[in-house]
Design a protein around this ligand. Structure first.
Ligand code: GLU
Length: 451
């Protein structure tokens, strides 16, 4: 079985205009997509992962059909007046994959290569992620095609506000609750909260999570994804019988997930031998002084130039000698092309979708343990849930309470996935999908089909 065949068996193809593809019953491919294009399409990856677990669960055809495609997709056109007085029109998306278990939940990313298939995949991954950690949300995701580095702060604010107004018919604390993702942050969330609140004529803090603490954000939210990654590393390491002191770690990405994850892992005693930004990576087999590296990053906006360490091309980074690899940047980093050369024994996915299905198969053959994204990076959305709860109560918790509740959720989720994987003799990714899909499918069947 090749992965492209497996992908096709879920009936997905990408159409060039980005419209929903028609499922194909005969399993054939009509677009004659190249294997690489299939492999690198995140929606195909998601469909493949979903299909493997749905088969094992013996999911009935109807429920399968419902859960494999998004419930709703919105594409919006976003004109803004640039600083030079010219109008520029951007494109934005919000995809709601499923809300059986609660309001849709998921971030908004600003990036030049955002596309509908990516947002669809990310929305579905949010459904499975919220289900794996058993928080009462469905999945959604948004994106705006833009390069934030080319926009002024004022332009970014106008774009964010216009996007909010354009999608606000489908948003709401009980409907769909956005959060930060790639290139969006607390400030972006503050603008969304304000824009929504001005339109509904009341301050509605629970409309987004990942806000600044002074306007209803939660303690611990900023660090939550990185903290979750650290907790999952701890549980996985126990399973492998390894200790942090003799574990070299390569971290791809030094943003909110990779940077904070690396700092916390360093604090736990791991040796961080490499960390990257979008331009290149630092490498020191003796171990990096992570607090100093992150201070340098903050001051200079990039890692290049950090003293007394090697600075390498990012292409080499994932293949550096190490025991633990944390891809915490973006999709499609571990593929059929490089999976055979990865030296780590344990991979903990801080990013969404960093490993393609073919990449995973190669890692499986080589006995590498991969803790999948929908479990490993679920710390962020878990504390988003805590933030939403606190906003609705109007009563705020201490950082200690947030962190200890996060730990309980992550540890429990890790073990339910590991147990499920063992029970079915499958890898952790399929174990996580089994846990997630089973929960959503049960709720779906219990609620029944509205007619
Ligand atoms: N964007 C984050 C993720 O991919 C957080 C989502 C949220 O908190 O809603 O999990």
């Amino acid at each position: 079985m090749t992965s492209s065949l497996a992908l096709i068996s879920e009936g997905f193809e990408t159409t060039t205009d980005g419209h929903p593809p028609a499922p194909m019953s005969d399993g054939s491919t009509k677009n004659n997509n190249s294997e690489t294009r299939d492999e690198l399409n995140p929606f195909h990856s998601m469909a493949h992962q979903f299909g493997l677990a749905a088969d094992l669960l013996g999911l009935d055809a109807g429920t399968r059909e419902v859960l494999r495609q998004p419930d709703r997709e919105l594409t919006v056109s976003l004109p803004i007046v640039k600083d030079d007085g010219e109008i520029q029109v951007f494109t934005g998306y919000r995809v709601q994959h499923n809300f059986s278990r609660g309001p849709c939940k998921g971030g908004i990313r600003f990036a030049p290569d955002v596309n509908l298939d990516e947002v669809r995949a990310l929305a579905a991954w949010m459904t499975w992620k919220c289900s794996v950690v058993d928080i009462p949300f469905g999945g959604g995701k948004g994106g705006v095609i833009c390069d934030p580095r080319e926009l002024s702060q004022g332009e970014l604010e106008r774009l964010t506000r216009r996007y909010t107004v354009s999608i606000m018919d489908i948003l709401g604390p009980d409907r769909d609750v956005p959060a930060p993702d790639m290139n969006t942050n607390e400030q972006t969330m503050a603008w969304i909260m304000d824009t929504y609140s001005m339109h509904v004529r009341r301050t509605t803090t629970a409309i987004v999570t990942g806000k600044p603490i002074v306007i209803g954000g939660s303690h611990g939210r900023r660090e939550a994804t990185g903290r979750g990654v650290m907790l999952i590393c701890r549980e996985a390491m126990k399973k492998l019988g390894r200790s942090p002191e003799d574990t070299r770690v390569v971290v791809q990405g030094c943003g909110n997930v990779g940077g904070i994850g690396a700092l916390l892992l360093h604090r736990e005693g791991y040796k961080i031998v490499s960390i990257s930004d979008m331009y290149g990576c630092l490498h020191d087999q003796g171990g990096l002084d992570m607090p100093a590296v992150m201070d340098y990053m903050k001051e200079n906006g990039r890692l290049e130039g950090y003293p007394d360490t090697d600075y390498l091309d990012n292409k080499e980074q994932l293949e550096l000698p190490c025991e633990l690899l944390v891809p915490a940047a973006t999709e499609n980093q571990i593929t059929s092309e490089n999976a055979g050369r990865i030296q780590a024994q344990l991979i903990v996915e801080g990013a969404n979708g960093p490993t393609t299905p073919r990449g995973q198969e190669i890692l499986d053959e080589r006995g590498v343990m991969v803790v999948p994204d929908i479990l490993a990076n679920a710390g962020g959305v878990t504390v988003s849930y805590f933030e939403w709860v606190q906003d609705r109560m109007g009563y705020f918790w201490t950082e200690e309470i947030v962190n200890s509740r996060l730990e309980q959720v992550m540890v429990k989720a890790f073990h339910s996935v590991a147990d499920m994987a063992e029970l079915h003799n499958v890898n952790m990714r399929t174990g996580a999908y089994l846990v997630a899909i089973d929960r959503v499918a049960r709720v779906y069947r219990m609620r029944g089909v509205f007619a």
